[in-house]
Design a protein. Structure first.
Length: 703
């Protein structure tokens, strides 16, 4: 008689690029993961998962999972492959990398981002490998580097309001984000605050799902967030809605700031932002008055507002507001952009940058920005650029779908002389261009440890099931490559457990209690963090204060005071371009996708429907566009097709295409990044995805 084992629960973590980093409980029966649930005891997760991760078993056991190494047999981009062995794959990759490295190792480029946020399967063994071989470095800018730069100039470090106290706030401003789609557990606490009487205000060009559920929606023009913050500061200062004691003790440069904001009258601000002067005044007064009453006020700034030319400055300006009114005094008050710097990661151990210097005569290699990969793959060797990129290893990313000016990206990946290796779960748009395609494990099949950027818990991921097929963890793939090439350093023998055990610096007081074996049992552990990190000042800037005036910015060639930097592409800043392409376009995340992840899960794609474009009724009428019609969105960089949704959710002059679709799942094989630009932000060298002008036209029937 066959015995049937009882189901077991395995503690795991959501690996995806979301602030919430949920604690998971995976039910496993007879070696098969049957269900993934949120841990009800984890304070952030509270037993709730988003629609995407609640179906994680659908992803793990998807019929299209890559389970064996593959070699390209068709043209690049066709997606035709044949199965090969791991030995053949590794031998082929090692031989080609040795050949390129012998000429110039900087012709090798890694390309990765946040396909997993884990410290083991992300940038540990992979970076050891690339540092040892002397490859070009990748500047990982595609999501958050502009906002991070602006925030750190002002506050000094990426710390912020504690999510666990959000429900205590009485005024919550959601600025440039849609937490229902991208920060669900923060939104749950916002809803509790609302039930307790809090007022919710959304600042967003688009009336998103979250904005619809706020008491007020301020629909400013894209790229004008910095101006609105300046206008708020004008009202706060001139009407003395300030915490003078906090300003005196914990800020630097108030008098210079006071002079700077005088020109930003409510009317001037309104003219720049495309809103009313009354909205500017009311917003500032409500913000300042609530703080003066001792109520907790919170701004949740998200990364959407920084994806424009002046995005770093926009975040900097917003980061000045809590210090003016003393909002940092309270747990749950102030500002939350990211909690990333709460975690004392042991980067020198994880990534071993010393290997690069040891084997490159102490000289750093060049750095290539992931946001300009379209241009950089097409560049020839030169004194300024260095060698042409001859080999790429892509992992935890899908650049053909997610990088800006996508037509150039695809053109670069189509080069027959570019050797491309892709580590993946599925045959993505980028995988179609691979020479060698390697099957990677999903989160249920490997060990990892996680920091977060939306709460302050260290998180452990246990392997719930054995790897499917011949899939291997990223870490193991890079171990095997290191051995094939002949690297003998001890660090290439470190197990995943050994890496996880030293991922956090236990000499730091925040992680003094970190113990990996214990964390694997408990699943999560809070850092030793105060609930209000800047209640008594202690900012991470050189002065230890919130710096309204930043000498570091001046030294870096930037305006040391808050200012406004107009978009590259807008009617106000580029009238000639706006005559040709009169509509601004943004492409925020779709609720059922996470960047380009989950697009291939049929149930989620069915829920999302098909690529669509929201357009205001006035703009639609002017172009003869009716609801449901197929439209063409285009500019000088490219074009795409979508179904029109005529709706006032998009303000006049704005169109919105929720993203990011895999190209192969769209009708014309294109997505929103056909029209985005490779121009970079004012600071942080980040992409300007939402700094775009386009024209939209109805397609003839049948096109």
């Amino acid at each position: 008689m066959n015995s049937v084992s009882e189901p077991i629960l395995v503690r795991a973590v959501c690996p995806h690029d979301c602030p919430d980093t949920c604690a998971l409980l995976v039910t496993v029966k007879d070696g098969v993961a049957t269900e993934v649930k949120g841990d009800p005891d984890h304070p952030t997760t509270a037993g709730v998962l988003c629609t995407k991760v609640s179906r994680y078993t659908d992803r793990t056991y998807h019929k299209d999972r890559l389970l064996h190494p593959m070699r390209r047999v068709g043209k690049k981009g066709e997606g035709k492959f044949e199965r090969i062995s791991w030995d053949e794959a590794l031998d082929t990759i090692a031989a080609r990398l040795k050949e390129v490295s012998a000429r110039n190792p900087q012709a090798i480029l890694p390309y990765s981002y946040a396909g997993t946020m884990g410290l083991v399967q992300g940038e540990s063994m992979a970076m050891r490998f690339f540092n040892r071989i002397g490859a070009s470095q990748l500047d990982r800018t595609i999501c958050a580097s502009a906002g991070a730069a602006g925030y750190k100039y002002t506050v000094g470090t990426r710390l912020g309001a504690d999510t666990e106290h959000v429900q205590d706030a009485r005024l919550i401003i959601i600025w440039g984000g849609n937490p229902i789609a991208s920060n669900l557990h923060f939104w749950m606490r916002v809803q509790e605050a609302k039930r307790r009487g809090a007022k919710l205000i959304a600042i967003d060009p688009y009336r998103s799902l979250s904005a619809e559920k706020c008491h007020q929606h301020i629909a400013l023009l894209p790229g004008t967030d910095a101006a609105l913050a300046l206008g708020m500061m004008h009202v706060l200062i001139n009407e003395n809605l300030l915490d003078t004691d906090y300003i005196v003790q914990h800020t630097l440069g108030f008098e210079q700031l006071k002079q700077r904001v005088q020109e930003w009258t409510p009317q001037h601000t309104a003219d720049v932002c495309g809103i009313s002067a009354e909205e500017v005044v009311q917003l500032a007064r409500e913000y300042g008055a609530a703080a003066r009453r001792g109520e907790i006020t919170l701004i949740r700034a998200n990364y959407g507002l920084q994806r424009v030319r002046g995005g770093g400055m926009a975040v900097r300006n917003i980061a000045c507001l809590p210090a003016l009114v003393g909002a940092w005094r309270h747990a749950g008050g102030g500002l939350q952009l990211s909690t990333s710097d709460s975690f004392p990661k042991n980067g020198a151990f994880l990534q071993r940058p010393d290997l690069l210097l040891q084997h490159n005569n102490g000289v750093p290699t060049r750095t290539i920005n992931m946001s300009t990969i379209g241009d950089d793959l097409l560049r020839e060797a030169s004194a300024d650029f260095g060698p042409r990129v001859e080999a790429m290893i892509v992992y935890n990313s899908n650049p053909v779908a997610v990088a800006p000016e996508s037509g150039k990206v695809a053109q670069g990946f189509a080069r027959e002389d570019l050797f491309t290796v892709v580590l993946e779960h599925f045959q993505t748009d980028t995988a179609d261009y691979a020479d060698i395609l390697l099957p990677a494990t999903t989160q249920l099949e490997h060990i990892d440890v996680h920091a977060t950027y939306g709460h302050v818990y260290m998180m452990a991921n246990n392997a719930a099931i054995a790897p499917l097929g011949e899939a291997k963890p990223n870490s193991e793939i890079f171990r095997l490559l290191a051995a094939r090439i002949g690297f003998t350093e001890d660090c290439f023998s470190d197990s995943d457990d050994a890496i996880a055990a030293q991922a956090f610096d236990r000499s730091h007081p925040r992680a003094a209690d970190y113990d990996w074996e214990r964390l694997k049992q408990t699943g999560w552990q809070r850092l030793n963090m105060p609930a209000a990190p800047f209640a008594e000042g202690g900012f991470g800037t050189p002065s230890g204060k919130c710096e309204f005036y930043s000498a570091r910015m001046l030294a870096d060639g930037l305006d040391p005071l808050p200012t406004y930097i107009a978009p590259y592409e807008s009617a106000a800043s580029n009238a000639a371009l706006a005559q040709k392409y009169p509509l601004a376009m943004i492409s925020p995340p779709a609720r059922n996708f996470l960047n380009s992840s989950f697009v291939n899960v049929q149930s989620l794609r069915d829920t999302e429907g098909e690529p669509h474009l929201d357009i205001h009724p006035d703009d639609a009428a002017a172009r003869g566009i009716v609801n449901g019609a197929e439209v063409r969105i285009f500019n000088d960089r490219g074009s795409m097709l979508a179904k029109a949704r005529v709706t006032p959710k998009a303000r006049v002059g704005l169109v919105v295409g929720l993203s990011i679709w895999w190209k192969k799942f769209s009708g014309d094989g294109k997505n929103a990044n056909e029209v985005t630009s490779q121009r970079l932000t004012d600071m942080g060298n980040a992409p300007t995805f939402y700094d775009v002008l386009v024209q939209v036209e109805a397609c003839p029937s049948g096109v």
